[in-house]
Unconditional design. Structure first.
Length: 291
């Protein structure tokens, strides 16, 4: 049975469906020696190339949906390559055979915290669609006193340059002196929306951390720059949100030795994070604790 070209490429992890549509429109994809067009459908035996490089096509049965939770540090950008040579969120991810990781949304360069990656571009595409409205929670550190009237306006809604916006919830979460922490939730993924909401009230945000995406929380033990693969129940929670069939296979071990292996993996992640800091700057950077 034939399928749309961009859907097949996204499922195989070459990018989100939107990215694949852009590649097709730019003439980067060919089918059986002919430049592909948007709307083309392909059979399983089609010969597909991207930028002249032959790629292997995978059926839905061949693809194991994998999801990583990554603790993004400040200073990394959500692009595969940066003309300015800045570090990207893809630099420290594990290699994946005949595929690549697709980011589920973005965090700006000055925002840290939970960022999800998947090997299934169709899952990423659906989770990022505006109609999905996945609940996202952020820890925000502000500077200065915040009047209750300001908090109420952020709850009820304010007008931004791209339309009205509001926090679904906003709660104080402690702080010292002039620094105040808040936990805020929203269901939209507009560019820099959390910061822009606060800035609309002339409030200075000094730190922003995403701590939850839906029911997936940023693991407290995960160091900045570290990643962990999600178990099948969390993968299928995300697939259900996206309206996809559940995954029945996993790359994770499920036997009695899995706990020990997880501890070894955690130690390897920490060593990899330290190594990345050394190779990136020539000397180790001081570790920073989560506030």
């Amino acid at each position: 049975m034939s399928e749309k070209l961009q859907k097949v490429l996204a499922r195989a992890g070459h990018g989100s469906r939107r990215e694949m549509e852009a590649w097709i429109a730019a003439g980067r994809v060919s089918i059986d020696g002919e430049i592909a067009s948007l709307g083309d459908r392909i059979e399983a035996d089609a010969k597909v190339r991207i930028d002249g490089r032959s790629i292997s096509l995978k059926s839905a049965e061949d693809v194991i949906c994998r999801v990583l939770a990554y603790h993004k540090p400040e200073g990394e950008i959500c692009s595969r390559k940066d003309p300015e040579g800045r570090p990207t969120v893809f630099d420290r991810l594990p290699k994946v055979r005949d595929s690549r990781w697709v980011a589920v949304g973005r965090l700006d360069i000055n925002t840290s915290g939970l960022l999800l990656f998947t090997s299934d571009g169709e899952l990423a595409n659906r989770l990022m669609h505006p109609s999905n409205e996945v609940d996202r929670e952020y820890a925000v550190r502000t500077f200065g006193e915040i009047p209750e009237a300001t908090v109420q306006r952020l709850r009820t809604g304010v007008m931004l340059e791209d339309g009205p916006a509001q926090f679904d919830s906003i709660k104080p979460a402690g702080g010292e002196g002039m620094n105040q922490w808040w936990h805020v939730c929203l269901r939209e993924g507009r560019n820099r929306e959390v910061r822009r909401l606060w800035e609309s009230q002339e409030v200075q945000v000094s730190r922003l951390i995403r701590i939850r995406y839906g029911m997936v929380e940023l693991p407290k033990s995960l160091p900045r720059g570290g990643w962990v693969e999600l178990p099948m129940e969390q993968v299928n929670y995300l697939r259900k949100l996206a309206g996809l069939e559940p995954e029945t296979r996993t790359m994770l071990a499920a036997d009695k030795h899995s706990v020990a292996r997880a501890q070894v993996k955690s130690a390897k992640i920490r060593r990899a994070v330290r190594k990345h800091k050394v190779t990136g700057s020539g000397k180790p950077k001081p570790s920073r604790q989560r506030s």
